[in-house]
Design a protein around this ligand. Structure first.
Ligand SMILES: O=P(O)(O)OC[C@H]1O[C@H](O[C@H]2O[C@H](CO)[C@@H](O)[C@H](O)[C@H]2O)[C@H](O)[C@@H](O)[C@@H]1O
Length: 266
């Protein structure tokens, strides 16, 4: 397993890893719990992971949430029969303790934008439009040479939609999301609730959208962990792959012990 630690963060990580404070665990989904796949519907979750997460959720007094760009309904399907706390659509939806606590409205001009994006996809092989009802993603993983054209279209579309939305770039994807939604905001919201408060936040993610979550947990004195070492990141620590993370989660579920140190050793 490759483990890279930025030199300036070593002390901080050592301090965090030695604390006995109970953690609140926040997990991204794509690229973190599952490997990146050619298209959004191709992802496969190792069947051991959902039961392990349920064991850990109970161990953490409920303080475990998924923080993802996916809709809650999709993640429920992937993790069935378990229902976790979830901040979906990059923070535009939050479900906690089995109840929907926050959900942004779909931007007014989303339908029109969607029509334009579908038109583009229909005339460009390999482009995928993912309609998430409150947000929309345009994927070019299967047509990498169309990246500039697709990104330009998304920039122009988002600009036309106005200040109610923002553009979220990711791995071979750009998404139009409600302007007030962010992963950092969702983590901060959850950390203000009794289940999560007073715990040390640990957030694990892999993509540009997760940088906002890393910033939030760093500011709270928590631990940020990035899956992959392919670019600069605010994350304090790195794990090589979803498989490396699975190993930690499965072992922790087995032995009943999970702390910040679990993610920084090995
Ligand atoms: O916040 P996440 O849970 O990481 O979700 C971010 C986006 O992930 C998905 O797209 C990415 O994964 C796909 C499947 O591996 C891949 O084909 C695509 O290229 C990636 O960008 C998902 O489709 C989006 O809705 C999420 O927002």
């Amino acid at each position: 397993m490759t483990t890279l630690i930025e030199p300036e963060s070593i002390h901080e990580i050592r301090d965090i890893a030695q604390t006995e404070q109970q953690i609140a665990l926040f997990l991204d989904f794509d690229g973190t719990l599952v490997e990146i796949a050619p298209s959004p519907e191709d992802v496969k979750l190792d069947r051991r992971v959902a039961p392990a997460l349920e064991t850990l959720r109970l161990k953490l007094g409920g303080a475990l949430a998924l923080v993802s760009g996916r809709p809650i309904a999709f993640l429920d399907e992937m993790l069935t029969p378990y229902q976790f706390d979830i901040a979906g659509l990059h923070g535009a939806q939050i479900r906690m303790g089995g109840a929907l606590r926050a959900q942004s409205d779909a931007p007014d001009s989303l339908h029109e934008a969607l029509r334009e994006l579908v038109r583009f996809a229909n005339s460009h092989v390999g482009i995928i439009v993912e309609d998430k009802r409150i947000s929309v993603a345009l994927h070019w993983r299967l047509a990498p040479t169309l990246k500039d054209e697709a990104l330009d279209l998304m920039r122009r579309t988002a600009a036309k939609m106005g200040p109610g939305v923002r553009l979220q770039e990711g791995k071979s994807v750009a998404e139009i999301v409600p302007a007030n939604a962010s992963k950092g905001g969702a983590i901060a919201w959850l950390m203000a609730t009794p289940t999560y408060a007073a715990r040390l936040p640990v957030f694990i993610g892999d993509d540009i959208t997760d940088e906002d979550g890393f910033k939030t947990v760093n500011a709270m004195g928590g631990l940020s962990v990035r899956i992959g070492a392919d670019r600069e990141s605010r994350a304090m620590h790195r794990l090589a792959s979803p498989t490396a993370l699975h190993r930690i989660l499965l072992e922790a579920a087995e032995n009943g012990h999970l702390s910040a140190a679990s993610f920084t050793q090995g």
